[in-house]
Ligand binder design. Structure first.
Ligand SMILES: *Cc1c(COP(=O)(O)O)cnc(C)c1O
Length: 333
């Protein structure tokens, strides 16, 4: 039995590589609350430039990044439209409502991970004091692993302009989308007023997200970051990991996508109901899931539910071990 764990629970479980740790150790740092951390400043400026924005803001988590964006776009009594299963609605503890008096208007995601723009239009509230003020459309890319192309963002932008909404993108895995689509991430980002990118998912940094937007927007979000307790001091140590990830771990996301596709194909051959999108494989093990989970755990393979996520720390050998483990299980079908 191999020593190492193959951990499919999420792409957040990656360990910083030796090269990344070396970059962190080398990082020049200062007090970022005073704006004096050169590594944080470099990360913010370089990602802003890469995605076509005026400015960027380094935050400890994607949740805080999305929340700072919502608090900046919306005030008390305002509303944002988001997917029913969107991270900003479902998985962030209701932060916008708790801390900002901001009301969500969730609508279901279409099967391709977009929000139907006609449905968006129908939930925009009239300008009348009976209603919350609809201010913001919040999209996600990738959504459930699905990459959404630039064409959709052109249409979403057109709707937002016509109806006076701002457009925020929760681009936690924006680079997975861009790599899968074979386009520059800027081609998606350019249609949005703000974008949040996670460095701690497939990119493999231990922590950190960056929120991008216009200078004025980012200045206001910086104020909210402080309010939220996210003003960090010598944060360059963490930002250095992000810079390293952006320099070395973007193109390689294609490897995760290729391995996910191969894993899906092998599991399909074993008779499982499987679908695949970018670095995620969705496996329907039916009622056998608890037993399969325990069986794989014994083989040092960790799953949680039906979403199996490929990342930096799962190589071809890891994929072979997963297939082997499922084949051995035999309790399916
Ligand atoms: C992971 C994730 C976030 C942010 O999560 P944190 O754990 O707070 O960094 C936001 N949106 C999506 C779609 C995500 O997958």
């Amino acid at each position: 039995m191999s020593e190492t764990w193959v951990d499919l629970r999420s792409d957040t479980v990656t360990q910083p590589t030796a090269a990344m740790r070396a970059a962190m150790a080398r990082a020049e740092v200062g007090d970022d609350v005073y704006g004096e951390d050169p590594t944080v400043n470099e990360l913010e400026a370089s990602l802003a430039q890469r995605l076509g924005f005026e400015a960027g803001l380094f935050l400890p988590t994607g949740t805080q990044s999305n929340l700072a964006a919502l608090l900046t776009h919306c005030g008390r009594g305002d509303e944002y439209i988001a997917g029913q299963m969107a991270h900003t609605y479902r998985f962030e503890g209701g932060g916008a409502a708790v801390l900002g008096g901001i009301q969500p208007q969730p609508i279901p995601f279409a099967p391709d991970g977009t929000l139907d723009l006609r449905a968006v239009e129908t939930v925009i509230k009239p300008a009348d004091f009976h209603f919350a003020r609809t201010r913001l459309l919040c999209l996600e890319n990738t959504q459930g692993g699905k990459a959404i192309g630039a064409d959709y963002f052109v249409l979403a932008r057109e709707l937002c302009d016509r109806r006076g909404l701002a457009l925020h993108l929760d681009g936690a895995r924006l680079f997975n989308a861009a790599i899968a689509l074979g386009i520059d991430a800027r081609e998606i980002a350019r249609h949005c007023d703000s974008v949040s990118v996670c460095l701690s998912k497939g990119l493999g940094a231990p922590l950190g997200s960056v929120l991008l937007g216009r200078s004025e927007f980012v200045a206001q979000a910086r104020r909210w970051r402080k309010v939220l307790g996210g003003g960090m001091r010598q944060a360059g140590v963490a930002a250095a990991a992000g810079l390293h990830a952006l320099a070395h771990h973007v193109e390689r996301l294609a490897d995760d996508h290729r391995r996910a596709a191969r894993l899906a194909e092998s599991l399909t051959k074993l008779g499982l109901e499987v679908s695949c999108a970018t670095n995620m494989v969705f496996v329907d093990a039916g009622v056998a899931l608890p037993e399969l989970t325990a069986h794989l755990e014994q083989r040092r393979i960790r799953i949680r539910g039906s979403r199996w996520v490929l990342h930096l720390d799962i190589d071809d050998t890891g994929v072979a071990r997963i297939v082997e483990g499922v084949r051995d299980f035999g309790g399916l079908g």
